[in-house]
Design a protein around this ligand. Structure first.
Ligand code: GLU
Length: 493
């Protein structure tokens, strides 16, 4: 039987990094087995689901290149792929369960249920429905429903039994039914709960393997019981370890960025994020010690049974390192294209702008080695576009007194003015000689020039940058800094 897997995110809030993580493992499993990967939108929570959130889930899946074969926007034979459009299926299946006696109508009011919970709490009893409506005669149940009385439909769980969930990574997990509540399947507004909709859809969509986060383990025995009640074989279950904060708690916004939009806006490359998320779950090592793997390599090395249960800690510093590795693997043209595309995107806190692709191509060789994220573009290159605002503290790293700095910068400008154009191969040794002649350290001379031309002490290679900036501007900045330093109050420096 062909493998069919899915992710089933609820479109509430920002697209979550956990969705990409689970999505990647599903995608890998499908591709590895020549199967299909589906996107189903679980939007039965009408108060929290939004179209904007759904759109961002789809956008980020595309950004990460985790293409799904079926989904709300790409269609497929088992549509619709949005649960809010599938309510007829849930109603029909609820009726089936009611007819079989595997579910029952519960007419208890919210007030009564609240009172019941309070009493359970006071008596230190575990929470759960007390079964008041469990054994209502069928006729009474039908009559009250027909009379328009409000009800929910609950699963009828035989409290004496137990259910075993078979998990690919964890083996058999046993649940005593005494721990399982008579779960609501259909709410009084005729909308299904997660449990019913999820099981019905997994069945109707032919899902063979449910690979989802471990937080769903407590739901799985209910799902297994539903499959049994319908008389369907259950799919294979595999619960993936949750991503964790450094303190090993479940990854949370407060301690880690969780929105995929944040990663995109920071200029992480999708290749790097995919590589990183894969490393969170398994070790695709080839013995070389390398941790950089492309999709093809991940696919070749992935084995579902080998996903480690360690509880992977999300380490942003490692992701940044990996992103730098991926940036360095791009050709100059590819990197330039990424930068142009990235800078053109409108982000909430930064409007997009069009860069000149030809110029970007010239700058890339100077900055690619140094960049960790695409969002560093401005930081590395703003001096090409903006006048430098000189700050006296910036010159501290040149370790020379201001009059000395002014003298050195003027000498540098004079030296460069006397030769045609700028040529770093030719100018660098000449400037080194100049430092010797002036009796200053080579490093201090270049630092003084760097700050004068760029306003910063860490920049792309200076002389190459000056060539790009142009001779006229470069010399003007050297002279302006010399003037600034000779006029400045030495005590301030
Ligand atoms: N709607 C659930 C979620 O938000 C789906 C869980 C599952 O994969 O069954 O993740």
């Amino acid at each position: 039987m062909a493998v069919r897997v899915r992710i089933a995110p609820s479109p509430t809030g920002d697209p979550h990094v956990g969705t990409a993580y689970v999505g990647l493992f599903n995608w890998l499993y499908a591709r590895q087995n020549g199967g299909q990967f589906l996107l189903r939108i679980e939007d039965t929570d009408q108060t929290r689901s939004t179209p904007a959130s759904e759109a961002s889930i789809m956008r980020t899946m595309k950004w990460l290149d985790l293409a799904y074969d079926e989904g709300p926007d790409v269609g497929g034979p088992c549509g619709p792929y949005r649960q809010s459009e599938r309510t007829a299926h849930y109603r029909e299946h609820t009726k089936l369960l009611l007819d079989k006696g595997a579910a029952y109508r519960c007419f208890c009011s919210d007030e009564r249920l609240a009172l019941m919970r309070e009493r359970q709490k006071a008596a230190k009893l575990p929470p759960g429905y007390d079964g008041t409506c469990r054994n209502l005669p069928k006729e009474e149940s039908e009559r009250r429903a027909a009379a328009g009385e409000k009800f929910v439909v609950r699963m009828k769980i035989d409290k004496a039994g137990k259910t075993i969930v078979k998990d690919v990574l964890r083996g058999d997990i046993e649940f005593s039914h005494a721990e399982i509540d008579d779960q609501v399947l259909m709410k009084s507004d005729n909308f299904p709960t997660y449990h019913l909709a999820n099981v019905v859809d997994d069945r109707l969509m032919g899902i063979t393997h449910v690979l989802r986060a471990e937080e769903w383990i407590p739901s799985t025995p209910k799902h297994v019981l539903l499959y049994q009640a319908f008389g369907w074989p259950a799919p294979v279950f595999c619960h993936l370890p949750l991503l964790r904060n450094a303190d090993r708690t479940k990854i949370s916004k407060r301690k880690n960025p969780t929105s995929l939009d944040w990663y995109r806006a920071q200029g992480f490359l999708p290749e790097a994020l995919v590589n990183f998320l894969a490393l969170m779950g398994f070790a695709p090592s080839d013995g070389s010690g390398s941790e950089v793997f492309d999709r093809q390599q991940l696919m070749e090395r992935f084995a579902l049974e080998k996903v480690s249960l360690g509880g992977p800690v999300f380490d942003l510093t490692k992701l940044e390192w990996l992103n730098g590795e991926w940036i360095r693997r791009l050709s100059v043209d590819a990197m330039a294209d990424r930068l142009v595309d990235f800078m053109a995107i409108d982000f909430p806190d930064r409007p997009g702008r069009k860069l000149d692709p030809a110029f970007v191509r010239q700058v890339v060789p100077l900055i690619q080695e140094r960049m960790k994220k695409l969002s560093e573009w401005d930081e590395w290159t703003d001096f090409f576009f903006k006048e430098v605002v000189l700050a006296k503290e910036a010159f501290r790293r040149a370790k020379l007194a201001p009059p000395e700095l002014a003298r050195v910068l003027t000498a540098c400008a004079d030296l460069l003015a006397a030769v045609p154009g700028l040529d770093h191969g030719r100018d660098e040794p000449a400037l080194r000689d100049l430092a010797t002649r002036l009796g200053v350290k080579v490093g201090d001379l270049f630092m003084a020039m760097r700050v004068a031309v760029t306003g910063k002490s860490a920049t792309p290679p200076l002389l190459e940058s000056m060539e790009l900036l142009g001779k006229e501007k470069s010399l003007a900045r050297l002279r302006a800094a010399a003037k600034f330093l000779s006029e400045g109050d030495p005590a301030e420096l």
